[in-house]
Each structure stands twice: as C-alpha cells, then as structure tokens.
Ligand binder design. Structure first.
Ligand code: PEP
Length: 250
C-alpha cells in the first residue's frame, strides 16, 4: 500500500520569530508544485503562533516538539495539548531522544502524553530508537519493541491509523552518523510488524513510519527509496530552507 510521504522538520531550540517567518515565506511558494506528500514544521513553542500565521493558505502542517499530559493546572513551565490545539497544531513530537535522555522522560510519561494528545485530536509523532551501547549489546530490537509497547499502550485503534512513528537511533541524531538504509529499513519493518501484531494488518498498512538521524539532502533519497520508509524527521538539516526543500523534493 502506498502511504502519503511525510517530511517533518524538528527545529529543536533554534530560530527567532523573524527567521521562522522568512523560512515559511521562502518555503511556501516552492511547495505549490508538490502535492503528493505532507510537509510538517515543528518549531519551538514561542514560534508556533508565528509559523501558523505565516503558513495561512499553504499546505504546511504544524506541530510542537513536546507537551505535558495534563489539560491545565499548576505545572509551571509546561504546555498543554489544549494550548497546542488552540494554536492550530495538528501534530506533536513525543519521546524524542533529547526529551528521553537530556530531560529524563520515561516511557510511562511519554505514554500519558500520547494518550492526552490523541484525546485532544493531536497526532503524536512517537519517537523510538536505541542508544549506541544498546546497539552494541544487540539490544536494538528489544529497546524499540519495549518503547513501542509502552508508548502506544491504550491508544485507541481509531487514533492508530493517523499515528506517526519515527525510528531515530540515538547515536545518529545530530552526530552526522546516519544509520545505513538497511538498518533503517529493518527497524521500520520491525515497527510495522509490532503494529500488525497489536492492531492488525489494516492499521499496520496505514501507519506512517519515518526515519530520523542525520538525514541530509545527499542521503534523503536513499532512505525514501526503501520499501516501508514513509518519510523523514529531520533536525539540523531542516533549519536551512534550501536544504529542507531539497529533502522535501527528494
Ligand atoms: C531529530 O532531531 O529528530 C533529528 C533526527 O536530528 P538530526 O537530523 O539533526 O540528526
């Protein structure tokens, strides 16, 4: 089954409002000829409003990089799913390795966030992936399956079809060391098999699975040529609009 490709930019903690607006103003006219894939921008929280304004009348999709699982309350410094919907976000990245390993997020809290996101009609981009030492101990499959099992626990079938999973080996993120296409493909086959075993064939065929980790214009096509890889989650190389557009138009 041919799924619609999704090319997602994770800007991490980069850009000012004027840089974000300039980026969107430059990207949007180039996207008018590209109708067969989805393009998603995930700016940091303070830029979401500006990117939303700048993307009006375009097909650019909007997402956040994180959120908290409660709707509101005494949670200083946090942002709720309702706030993200209010800013017209459609997606939210959850379980990014920087959230897991820099900020100590657990599978349990990521699962609570995923459930809260789908309750608020946000589509989670659930990130999974092994650390270098886990890969070296041949634990890659175990780590991915465990993160999926815990992260997706309780997600209703109705939300699974639109869910996005990103396979992002931790050792490949921001390091310039990308996974081989074979390794990326194998992990993505494993993820689809997991969805198949839990939710059945129809949902396994629908769910989009991305690769992320040092994707750049030079290697984008080699990933997109792999059966089962439905797109990319791109950090560093998504910050420059020319570079990002090259990857969108792989
Ligand atoms: C990411 O932030 O999800 C990512 C994959 O980063 P980079 O492309 O810089 O490796």
């Amino acid at each position: 089954m041919k799924r619609r490709a999704l090319i997602a930019a994770n800007w991490k903690m980069h850009k000012t409002s004027s840089e974000a607006k300039t980026f969107v103003a430059s990207l949007a006219p180039r996207l008018t000829q590209i109708k067969d894939r989805d393009v998603l921008l995930c700016p940091p929280f303070p830029l979401i409003f500006h990117v939303d304004e700048a993307r009006k009348d375009t097909n650019i999709l909007l997402g956040a990089q994180n959120m908290y699982f409660e709707e509101k309350g005494a949670f200083t410094g946090e942002v709720s799913p309702i706030m993200l919907r209010d800013l017209h976000c459609e997606f939210v990245i959850l379980g990014h390795s920087e959230r897991r390993w820099v900020f100590g997020e657990s599978d349990e809290s990521i699962n609570k966030k995923a459930l809260a996101a789908v309750n608020s009609n946000l589509i989670p981009v659930l990130c999974v992936g092994e650390k270098l030492e886990e890969r070296e101990k041949n634990q890659t499959e175990h780590v991915i399956l465990n993160q999926l099992d815990k992260g997706m626990s309780g997600i209703p079938e109705s939300a699974v079809s639109s869910l996005v999973v990103a396979y992002e080996p931790v050792w490949a993120i921001g390091t310039g060391k990308n996974a081989s296409t074979a390794d990326a493909k194998n992990a993505i086959v494993l993820i689809r098999e997991f969805v198949h075993s839990k939710f059945g064939n129809a949902l396994a065929e629908k769910i989009r699975i991305l690769y992320g980790g040092s994707v750049k214009p030079e290697n984008m096509k080699s990933y997109m040529d792999q059966e089962g890889i439905d797109g990319a989650l791109i950090g560093g190389a998504s910050l420059d609009v020319d570079s990002f557009f090259k990857m969108v138009s792989y």
